[in-house]
Ligand binder design. Structure first.
Ligand SMILES: CC(C)(COP(=O)(O)OP(=O)(O)OC[C@H]1O[C@@H](n2cnc3c(N)ncnc32)[C@H](O)[C@@H]1O)[C@@H](O)C(=O)NCCC(=O)NCCS
Ligand SMILES: Nc1ncnc2c1ncn2[C@@H]1O[C@H](COP(=O)(O)OP(=O)(O)OP(=O)(O)O)[C@@H](O)[C@H]1O
Length: 208
């Protein structure tokens, strides 16, 4: 089974690319962000631990993500505490997903992980694709979200590897600044190449 890692900085179009892979190209996708959302929902596995570490952010039995985000982006120690709670649970869900698809002999799966390079996740992938768009488009997309401010965007960006570095480490770059058609075309070509074993044309930087 081949594992394609999908990553990209905030607002670069990762969720859109993941939806294309899943719905249009029929590749099973494991989405780290939605795993986190499930862990934080009512009865989610991380609710009690988050409540203990960040009093006041659990409301009605679920984690208020906006309130938690306001506490952790800009406070390195708090973000580390949160990551220590969340990341092992996300990894466990990912392991279950991979084991299920290995049993089914699925030829190709996607791991959609926002912090793939930041957490060394490329070691678990055969090929890594990065979604990327110019910074002005990224900012416009993110600032259009309700409750988002320039300061919050800067605080998140400060905790992520810069886009240029991700592009340099990736095996493939999916442009998302040119519209959905070109992004889908590139994803389609990539999926075909990985399935056929015509990839990777190894990016040696990644393996140094
Ligand atoms: C702080 C939280 C509650 C904010 O939730 P919210 O729904 O408002 O935002 P969302 O999850 O969509 O993230 C917004 C952007 O921030 C980025 N981001 C999220 N967590 C981190 C982090 N630990 N470091 C850097 N960037 C991050 C995401 O990639 C995304 O681009 C949430 O992001 C979270 O729990 N983060 C810690 C867990 C984590 O590391 N998740 C990343 C993938 S496992
Ligand atoms: N290929 C594309 N062409 C045009 N618009 C796009 C493309 N990909 C994404 N977008 C738009 O950019 C915005 C952000 O996309 P998306 O939610 O997929 O980003 P993301 O990387 O998942 O963000 P985050 O990491 O913050 O969750 C959305 O409004 C989406 O419609």
């Amino acid at each position: 089974m081949k594992i394609l890692g999908l990553t990209g900085s905030i607002g670069m179009g990762k969720s859109t690319a993941a939806a294309m892979l899943r719905r249009l190209l029929r590749v099973p996708v494991h989405d780290a962000d939605s795993t986190v959302h499930a862990l934080f929902a009512r009865d989610g596995k991380a609710v009690a631990a988050v409540d203990a570490a960040f009093p006041g952010v659990v409301r009605g039995g679920a984690v208020d993500r906006a309130a938690l985000g306001a506490k952790v982006f800009g406070d390195d120690a708090a973000l580390k505490t949160l990551e220590a709670i969340v990341h092992p649970l996300v990894r466990a869900a990912e392991r279950d997903f991979l084991a299920r698809h290995r049993r089914r002999r699925t030829p190709l799966v996607v791991l959609d992980i926002p912090l793939l390079f930041e957490t060394g996740g490329e070691a678990r992938c055969d090929v890594v694709a990065v979604v990327s768009a110019p910074a002005f488009l990224q900012a416009a997309r993110v600032l259009a979200r309700p409750g988002m401010t320039r300061a919050r965007l800067d605080a998140v960006l400060a905790k992520q590897m810069p886009d240029w570095q991700k592009r340099r480490k990736a095996d493939a770059v999916i442009p998302t600044g040119l519209g959905k058609g070109p992004a889908l075309k590139r994803l389609k070509a990539l999926v075909w190449a990985v399935r056929e074993g015509k990839w990777p044309q190894m990016n040696t930087d990644r393996h140094r």
